[in-house]
Design a protein around this ligand. Sequence first.
Ligand code: AMP
Ligand code: MG
Length: 312
Amino acid sequence: MTTSSTLPGLAGDGVSLDFAKLEKRFRVPAGKPLRLADHDPGWAGNGDIPEKERKEEARGLLATHVEALSQMQELLWASDTWSVLVIFQAMDAAGKDGAIKHVMSGVNPQGVEVTSFKQPSAEELDHTFLWRCMKRVPSRGQIGIFNRSYYEDVLVVRVHQHLLEAQRVPDVKPGRKLWESRYDDIVAFERHLARNGTAIVKFFLNVSREEQKRRFLSRIDEPSKHWKFSPSDVAERQHWDDYMNAYEEAISATSTDHAPWYVVPADKKWVSRAVVSAVLTETIRGLGLTWPKISAEQRQQIEEARRHLEAE
Ligand code: AMP
Ligand code: MG
């Protein structure tokens, strides 16, 4: 298995960067308020190195991690103890779908489940906001990917508070107390999962407002991309600052050691995919999984099976 996870050229300092540094750069430390102003969505490594070279390196890194992930997923499955939950949150057109598609491209489809959470159904609204996600958390040996998640209930619902009415929670009013109680519930839920063998990693794909505009326009300009375009996405842009405030607060309150957030620069897809693949690979590597031990008795049985087959 490939174990190297250096990010040469993307280091920002012109030397090979080990994962510890890469991870530190984008990880939101527990208990420390996030300031999105400190995170450049257009970050793309050391500008002294030609972009073509950085891009090539990032693509090579992605390929290395895709290969590593495929093997790790097999090990995850074989050791049958841990599961991995990967959460993606972002503004529209930030590249969630592309990141999922590219980063998971080498993984056995039987070992991974992707769930996209949309506007809640009537049945979902009859339950608490965690319910629909609880039903989709990965079982041991599996990787579960959430394309949006219960975080929508402190993001879109916070920006559009009228959505709360449909949830019909008794005596609930939008306000600081409500959002804080939801952060508490989320932290507790994720702690419960982590304590019981679910490794959690959360990505905020940080796209700039300008880049989102460019991507919307390219969807409009290309008829083959029209299916991706929804006029309501453009209306949502008007609430950009409210969303950024909601993201800052939610991420600050819920980035924990057991379920860290990563703020991933997303204006360049080759950067975001390389970073996501690196963080995910290291997260699984950090579990220290080992292949199941074969007992002397099992080995004997295997040898016996060989003799039977050869004697046929
Ligand atoms: P998309 O991912 O582009 O297909 O859009 C899904 C839409 O569902 C987004 O606009 C989300 O904001 C919205 N959505 C997801 N979860 C919720 C929720 N809990 N309440 C309201 N809207 C939601
Ligand atoms: Mg959309």
